[in-house]
Design a protein around this ligand. Structure first.
Ligand SMILES: Cc1cc2nc3c(=O)[nH]c(=O)nc-3n(C[C@H](O)[C@H](O)[C@H](O)COP(=O)(O)O)c2cc1C
Length: 195
């Protein structure tokens, strides 16, 4: 509970590098997560240094393209300023972990109910793995940000990363350069009901 209670989304990082040993401890936490049918549908691509900058250059160009054309997510255009803000945060983090669903496909491809249910189960499994990673990172004194705003740059990022499956999102990792207060949460009475 201490680790769960002290985790925060960190949006400002120190430039200090994160050792490979720590990255692997974080990945080990993901490896132990539960998954639907034990499919373990996750894969993590760790970007640092010049490769991270290239990844984020691709994201920046794709966001600019989306801002001009609204070709990818026209109904969600209101979220684009937040995506640019997330990109700025990602620039300050020394490590960006791209999270892949190895069984998934592009969210822009058509689907059917069976595949959708499989995808929901795999996405939930990946969510469990990501949360394990955030908690392990917190325990190690690292800050993290769980990122879904990669969706606005989906096609270009997926092509750049070049992995099979669905690009679910990203995690920024680094030493925190801020200590935000706990963000508001709904009271227990609002989220639980006994019948
Ligand atoms: C699936 C998911 C996607 C998120 N995507 C982003 C994002 O793209 N950019 C961002 O700044 N924060 C993102 N967040 C962080 C949330 O805004 C944050 O968890 C929430 O406001 C609560 O704050 P806390 O994490 O400090 O408790 C995401 C969180 C989740 C779980």
């Amino acid at each position: 509970m201490d680790t769960i209670g002290s985790r925060r989304s960190i949006r400002k990082y120190k430039p200090d590098e994160v050792s490979r040993d720590l990255i692997e401890q974080i990945a080990e936490a993901a490896r132990l997560a539960p998954s639907a049918k034990n499919r373990q549908p996750w894969r993590f691509i760790v970007y640092t240094g010049a490769q991270k900058e290239r990844l984020l250059d691709v994201m920046q160009q794709a966001l600019q393209k989306e801002q001009q054309t609204h070709a990818l997510l026209p109904e969600s255009a209101g979220g684009l300023p937040d995506a640019f803000n997330t990109l700025k945060i990602m620039r300050t983090a020394p490590v960006i972990i791209i999270v892949m669903n190895t069984n998934g496909k592009s969210p822009f491809d058509p689907t059917d109910a069976d595949s959708r249910i499989t995808e929901i189960c795999d996405t939930l499994s990946i969510g469990a793995a990501i949360q394990d990673m955030l908690l392990k990172a917190t325990e190690l004194g690292l800050g993290t940000l769980w990122i879904a705003n990669t969706c606005y740059a989906y096609n270009d990022l997926a092509e750049f990363v070049g992995e099979q499956g669905q690009l679910v999102g990203a995690i920024a990792v680094g030493y925190p350069d801020e200590a935000p207060a706990q963000r508001p949460r709904k009271p227990l009475g609002e989220i639980i009901e006994y019948r």
